[in-house]
Each structure stands twice: as structure tokens, then as C-alpha cells.
Design a protein around this ligand. Sequence first.
Ligand code: NAD
Ligand code: IPM
Ligand code: MN
Length: 348
Amino acid sequence: MVKKIVVLAGDGIGSEIMESALTILKAANRNDEYDFQFSAHAFGGSAIDLTGQPLPDETLQACQQADAILLGAIGGKKWEHAVQTPEAGLLALRKALNLYANIRPVKVSDALLDYSPIKREIVQGTDLVVVRELTSGIYFGQPRELADDFAYDTNRYHEKEIRRIMHQAFQIARSRRKQVLSVDKANVLATSKLWRKIANEIAKEYPDCTLQHQYVDSAAMKIIQQPTSFDVIVTENLFGDILSDEASVLPGTLGVLPSASHSENGPSLYEPIHGSAPDIAGKNIANPVSMILSVVLMLRQSFGYYDLADKIEQACFATMESGVLTPDLNGTATTSAFTQAVIAKLER
Ligand code: NAD
Ligand code: IPM
Ligand code: MN
């Protein structure tokens, strides 16, 4: 059956890593065993340039009708003061599609151990997942105001929003080492007190899993000090944003971390956890692994195409193991050279 994939390349390195990942997907499906239909749409800063809006109606409609959505990255200095910024467009897309469950796996492969700034004996074997609540919390809470001499945001969670993300975390834990760590700031925040109470309630439905709680400040420290002690980390929107970028220090770069965002029944969206990397955009040196692994997540989680996913993932890791690396990992490969090296591995 045909799978309709909406492609939102976005801004900065977005189009470079998207081109890489799609070239690899098409090479892996050279015999047309799988039926994919790709359609590209404007999103983010480039959509502002074209239409005045970061999330044009036409793009949103295409996303709503898709079987899955691939997003590169959005944002950049040019649009920082736009009436509606690219970032606002991204939040609007997540909200419109109800993509509340953002799954950010962080696995440090042995190929990357030498490039991690953390000692080998500490980082080796790291395999954790950040389950980030994505459509509520301080990102969306009302009221909010920015005046000349004061400003405020509202952090707000409804128990239903906490329940559903907890279920996601425990279900993922069931397929792994069955350890859920809920990260909050319950010593200070009302939202965190509710978060912790609901986490304890949901844990009773998963007696095969353990639940522990940790304050976010101490969790931030422990992610670097003892990364292998984590299995599934479930946390609110803002803490998940920060902790997942922090976790990129473990593999040594943001450029290898993918993510999946799920709703209750609509299409899922797959995107790297990093941004548009304006400092390296247009130079053909971005690491495309984050986007390639986002495609791998799509093949598994939206389509159940495990063989194709395994094939691409193995070729990608084999390429890194062979020493073909982009400059973020101290290598000299360009984005396109890395892409071609992955395709050569696929053909073996
Ligand atoms: P960033 O994630 O774009 O970059 C941080 C650092 O990581 C930079 O030094 C960058 O060169 C490096 N980096 C990121 N991805 C890389 C890759 N694939 N290969 C090699 N190096 C990589 O964060 P930033 O600079 O704070 O933000 C830039 C813009 O991106 C901002 O407008 C921000 O709002 C936006 N942003 C968008 C998303 C998204 O689209 N989901 C996520 C985060 C930030
Ligand atoms: C991410 C990004 C976004 C977020 C920004 C660009 C709105 O940092 O996807 O992690 O904070 O969620
Ligand atoms: Mn982020």
C-alpha cells in the first residue's frame, strides 16, 4: 500500500540532511519493494519568505492527510523578529496534529566512544530514551505576556495530559529494561507535584516496571555522571527539551540524535532533535545521521517496515565505524560523501 510521506525540509541544514536521508531511503528501496509517495511542502522561515507564514494552510492540510511527516529543521536569525516565527510555526504544527509524545532515543554506539567528551568507561553502553511531553506545559500555557518592563509565562498541566504521556513512557519501558524515571521539580512547582502524583497512580497499572522520581537539577547532573543508569526518562516539555540536548554530549554531537512525535491516532512526525545549525548551513558539512535515523524511526514506528529500517540503520552505523565522519565528530567527510558511503554499504 502506498505510504504518503510529507517532506518539510525547513531551513538551514534542514534541506541538506533531508536530501541525504531521502537519497539513502530511495537507494535502499531501489527495487521499489515499498511504495512511497513523497511530497515537499514549505515550512518555517522559508515558508515565511514564500507566503508570509511559517505554517501555511496548504502545508498543514498536507500533514493532516499524510501517513507520516519528515521534518529537517527550522529557524534562523533572519526570522527572529517575524510576526510569526518559524519556532511558532513548529509549535503550531505539533499542537494542530496533537503530537504530545516526543520520543528521543540516545544510544551511544561503540563507533562513537572515541568522540564522546565523556570518559569511555562512563559512557559505554549508554542506551536511554527521553519521553518528552510536547503539546503542553510552559510552551503553551496561557496567559502569557511580554511588556517592556515585565513578562511572564504560565506552566500548566491537566492530569489527562500527564496520564497519557505516562502511559507512553511505561509502554516503551515494557519493551526495554522496564525502568521509568520521572523527572520533575516537585520540591518547588505545583505542576510537578501533580505530575508526580499522576506518575505514581499510572505506575500501579504497570507492576512489571519500576518508577523512580528525580528532581530535574539532579537528573541533569546524573545524565553526565552515570548515563548508563538511565532507561526511560519521562518529563515535561521544557525539561525534556533541555535534558535531551544535554544528552547529546554523550554520543559527542547533536548530529546523531533523531526523534519521533506521536499523537493518539493521527500521523506521526519524525525530526532530528537539533535545530537548523546556522553556523554550518550551506557548507555541506552537516551530520545527516540524525535525519537518517529519524527516517529509520518512521519506517519502524509508522509503517512496521523493520527489514528496511534495519538495513539503513546498519549501513549508517557501519559507515561511522569505518571512520567516515563529518566534522562535528572530528572527521573530514562532507554530508554528500557520508551519504554516498552509506549507499555503498547498502549495496554490499
Ligand atoms: P542548533 O541545534 O541548530 O545548533 C547547535 C550546535 O549544534 C551548533 O553548533 C550546530 O552547528 C551543531 N549542530 C546541530 N545539528 C548538527 C548536525 N546535524 N551536524 C553537525 N552539527 C550540528 O541550535 P541553535 O544554534 O541554538 O539554533 C539554531 C536555530 O534552530 C534557532 O532558530 C532555533 O530556534 C532553531 N531550532 C529548531 C529546531 C527544530 O527545527 N526542531 C530545534 C532546535 C533549534
Ligand atoms: C526542539 C526545539 C524546539 C523546542 C524549538 C525550535 C521550538 O528546540 O525541537 O527541541 O523547544 O521544542
Ligand atoms: Mn530543543
